[in-house]
Design a protein around this ligand. Structure first.
Ligand code: 5GP
Ligand code: MN
Length: 331
């Protein structure tokens, strides 16, 4: 498959590169590294992401080349979709992107639907950025510090700073190679984890205060409402990583972060749109729970979106904890 993908990319004139809405460090890192690499081959590339790039990732090289709008769709030979379990994860442009003649799917989510003509899907990869590094090497593209910074950031953030269960040998060996290319770990860490606004820290305070625990102590729920964002002057991106606090509690197997989304054209009957993030301690496969709700992800980290009332949603999530000892176990 790798060979065919390389053939396809080297024979393409204009390539669209896209990653998932509300991008994390891996979605952005993989997008930038692939973009810089293909440009070195003389390809015309367009980098696309529907959402704004979170402030903590705006230090990354070439980040200003990422577009939020798509034009001249008919002029693309190929689309490379990065870090997306299914094509709809790119957002509202999914249907238009589906008309591009060849789609290459590069991803590491267990729930990947194998969309597109070509797949480079490795569910054992620590990050999509790791797979991108392998592709860049296989294509004989010379690495530089800009690409290395993007790949390092992708792996650092997707492994939760080398703490999550996807942290494997390749996470370290790839990052070691990136450091050898000139990446400074302390500089990246300072940008990603050390430049929070005061509002973001205040939001952490409200989010911690919202934590509730199920009767059996195995399930925690944290809630971030639009009101909390307004009160602290923060953006949805400022909720990134908050869920890890809910997961760190002793005896908690699964943590859920209920994130109220902008209502947009949503229902006017009191129900709202929510994104639910799930994290597990390793004993429960949360990607299966997320899939049941039309989402997806990894065994240890997954998510889905729903329209519901907050009370109803909490009730639904708590009722899931009864299934823990049955279908949801990893082993
Ligand atoms: P988060 O909870 O941080 O949004 O996402 C955790 C993991 O689940 C990420 O790998 C993310 O790509 C995936 N994920 C989150 N929401 C969805 C969703 O609605 N659909 C799918 N397929 N994956 C999701
Ligand atoms: Mn990823």
């Amino acid at each position: 498959m790798m060979k065919k993908i390389i053939q396809q990319l080297t024979s393409s004139n204009r390539v669209l590169l896209a990653s998932h809405v509300n991008p994390d460090g891996d979605a952005i890192g993989a997008l930038l590294a692939t973009g810089i690499g293909l440009e070195k081959l003389g390809c015309e590339v367009v980098l696309y992401n529907e959402s704004a790039i979170p402030a903590v990732y705006r230090f990354l090289p070439s980040v200003d080349n990422i577009q939020k709008q798509l034009t001249d769709l008919e002029r693309f030979d190929t689309a490379v979709i990065l870090d997306c379990g299914d094509l709809s994860r790119v957002g509202s442009a999914a249907d238009s992107i589906a008309t591009i003649p060849v789609i290459i799917n590069i991803d590491h989510h267990t729930t990947n639907t194998r969309f597109g003509q070509y797949h480079l899907v490795d569910v054992d990869a620590c990050a999509t950025s790791e797979i991108v590094y392998r592709l860049i090497q296989a294509m004989g593209i010379e690495m530089d510090t800009a690409m290395a910074t993007a790949i390092y950031t992708g792996i650092l953030t997707d492994t939760g700073s080398f703490r999550f269960s996807n942290t494997n040998q390749a996470a370290f060996s790839t990052c070691e190679a990136m450091v050898a290319m000139g990446v400074k770990p302390s500089t990246v860490a300072q940008h990603v984890y050390g430049t929070y606004s005061l509002g973001r820290i205040k939001l952490l305070n409200l989010a911690l205060d919202s934590i509730e625990i199920s009767n059996n102590g195995h399930f925690s729920i944290m809630t971030v409402t639009r009101e909390m964002l307004a009160d602290t002057g923060t953006q949805p991106e400022d909720a990134d990583g908050l869920i890890n606090y809910a997961r760190r509690i002793q005896d908690v197997k699964v943590a859920a972060l209920i994130h109220e989304l902008e209502n947009g054209n949503g229902p006017s009957d009191g129900r709202k749109r929510f994104h639910v993030s799930l994290r597990s301690d390793g004993s429960v496969d949360v990607s299966r729970i997320a899939s049941d709700f039309g989402g997806g992800g990894h065994a240890g980290a997954a998510g889905f979106s729903v329209v519901s009332s907050l009370t109803e949603l909490k009730r639904t999530i708590y009722s899931l904890s009864d299934g823990f000892c049955g279908t949801c176990h990893l082993n």
